[in-house]
Design a protein around this ligand. Structure first.
Ligand SMILES: [Zn+2]
Ligand SMILES: [Zn+2]
Ligand SMILES: [Zn+2]
Ligand SMILES: [Zn+2]
Ligand SMILES: [Zn+2]
Ligand SMILES: [Zn+2]
Ligand SMILES: [Zn+2]
Length: 521
């Protein structure tokens, strides 16, 4: 029998955890056939090639190891002088577009006639309009994995809808967690009625924002890279206007673990409550995430609801609607702790109000009288199965042999309720039928010579009924493609001198020979 391993994330008080360049590491528990061993690993990078800090929890940190780590952390973490960077931005604002330049290789703004020789062979954009200066997300290129479309950004339409939703919820301040486009729209067009603070792991936003408007932040461990300084900026922001009218908008990497993200949200909410004791309502949150992550989000945030609104992205066809996009529109939705009836969705896109559910639903959604809810989730109209007593995807058919709804292409009898899924570790289905197949699969680690350990969201299958079906083809495609949404996280590592980047690239190939588990998606 194959040996199975499961990995859980343990949400302890992270202050005592050892740190990697991305702040305190997360504590994970590995269970191999019932035997446990815990370890610390980077919270932000799923690929150990991107951050190789690792420590078994029962391993002693020798003074030597500590010294090496301190040096390495110091070497990797860029030194940022935010005030100085921002001064350059202000100076450039006064220049004409022809005089402005941005070096993508060094990730810095420059005055074009002052460009030193050293940028000669670099990738430099000249003639930067004021629009681009104030919308850096449209200027910056993904730093690493350019081939993989590393960074995904909301379409301008989705950005506007999200800001409108925040406005409907009474936002005077928007706290943007990894949502630069929302931040840019608020700052450039709505600054008279709203303010925004961007917290993002992409350090390049420093130079485009005043220190009061941007903090370099890791949302997986609630960590400010500038430490007290950043924490102070957030505290000041939360307390402004007596702490009223704050909406948090977040767009975390889809492949990341939900539990630590939810913990960060809860900690920010707690901080807000502590700083503003006169406010008796919770800070409102808009968490942008795929519909198929609903069980996980709800497991960590039980008072959240998933809205029908489909969030389009600019640079990824799978997260978009339209002729080039996914057939049933973007699979990305908004999860919120606000009352869904307070969130009207755009009429002109076919959204309408369901009086019974008291929320806005998408065009294709139908109210099922048996389930007593508008039951569609993936962009198609679900159909009710009387045998299963719930609504299912329209491509599924009820199979009398299996006594459940399945894709017609399934093989009867393969479903063995008592067997653990090789993919997610939950009982009730086989790996090939796992609802998490190909995406955040691999909670289970097959013991192989090179023991590859993939960390992902393992609570998924807990809530999801495990009489599940083989995943639909187009969903599978999304899952598979998700793994390329490595995005923002790696940018931290990329901030270093050109020399270091080159050095690292060279060393990459040999970096992974260690016998310790590799964290990757
Ligand atoms: Zn790290
Ligand atoms: Zn340069
Ligand atoms: Zn309804
Ligand atoms: Zn139904
Ligand atoms: Zn059925
Ligand atoms: Zn069957
Ligand atoms: Zn599974």
């Amino acid at each position: 029998m194959e040996e199975l391993t499961r990995v859980e994330v343990i949400l302890n008080d992270m202050n005592g955890n050892p740190s990697c360049p991305h702040g305190p590491m997360l504590l994970f528990k590995r269970v191999v056939n019932g035997a446990e061993r815990s370890f610390f690993a980077c919270s932000a990078c799923r690929d150990r090639k991107d951050c190789n800090f690792f420590l078994w929890a029962d391993e002693k940190v020798t003074p030597n190891k500590k010294k090496t780590w301190d040096l390495e952390r110091d070497r990797i973490t860029p030194k940022i002088n935010h005030v100085k960077l921002y001064k350059m931005f202000v100076k450039l604002l006064e220049k004409s577009p022809e005089q402005r330049a941005f070096c993508h290789t060094c990730s810095i703004l420059l005055i074009s006639n002052e460009i030193a020789k050293k940028h000669d062979e670099h990738d430099v954009t000249f003639g930067i309009s004021e629009y681009l200066l104030t919308h850096p997300s449209e200027l910056l290129k993904p730093l690493e994995n350019a081939k993989k479309e590393a960074q995904y950004l909301f379409s301008s339409h989705a950005t506007r809808t999200i800001v409108n939703i925040a406005r409907c919820l009474g936002a005077m301040k928007v706290l943007c967690l990894g949502t630069p486009r929302v931040h840019e729209l608020v700052c450039s067009e709505m600054s008279t009625e709203m303010d925004s603070l961007l917290l993002d792991i992409d350090y390049r936003f420093h130079q485009f924002n005043a220190p009061s408007h941007f903090c370099w932040f890791n949302s997986f461990n609630n960590y400010f890279f500038s430490q007290e300084e950043g924490a102070h900026v957030l505290a000041e922001f939360l307390q402004r206007d007596g702490g009223h009218g704050i909406v948090l908008v977040m767009d975390p990497p889809f492949g990341g673990r939900v539990e630590p993200l939810a913990k960060t949200v809860q900690e920010i909410m707690q901080l807000h409550r502590k700083l503003c004791p006169n406010i008796h309502t919770d800070m409102l949150v808009l968490w942008i995430f795929p519909y198929f992550m609903e069980p996980q989000v709800l497991a960590s945030c039980p008072d959240f609801t998933m809205l029908d609104y489909k969030v389009d992205y600019d640079n990824h066809s799978l997260f978009a609607s339209g002729p080039k996009g996914r057939k049933h529109g973007s699979p990305v939705r908004i999860f919120t702790n606000a009352n869904p009836k307070d969130i009207p969705l755009p009429n002109e896109e076919g959204y309408r109000y369901c009086e019974i559910c008291q929320r806005w639903i998408s065009q294709e959604n139908r109210h099922c009288t048996q389930c007593n809810e508008c039951s569609s989730k993936d962009g198609r109209t679900y159909v009710h199965c009387n045998e299963c007593m719930r609504c299912v995807k329209p491509s599924w058919k009820h199979c009398v042999t299996c006594n459940r709804c399945c894709l017609p292409s399934h093989v009867c009898g393969e479903f063995v309720p008592s067997q653990l899924c090789f993919n997610c570790g939950q009982p009730g289905h086989k790996k090939r039928d796992c609802p998490r197949f190909g995406f955040d699969a691999a909670f289970l680690i097959k013991k192989q010579p090179d023991c590859t350990l993939q960390l992902n969201s393992m609570k998924m299958c807990k809530k999801r009924k495990h009489t599940q079906n083989k995943i639909d083809e187009d969903e599978k495609q999304i899952f598979t493609n998700m793994s390329s949404k490595k995005q923002k996280l790696q940018n931290v590592n990329s901030k270093k001198s050109r020399k270091n980047i080159k050095k690292r690239k060279k060393s990459k190939s040999g970096a992974n020979t260690s016998r310790r588990p590799t964290l990757q998606l």
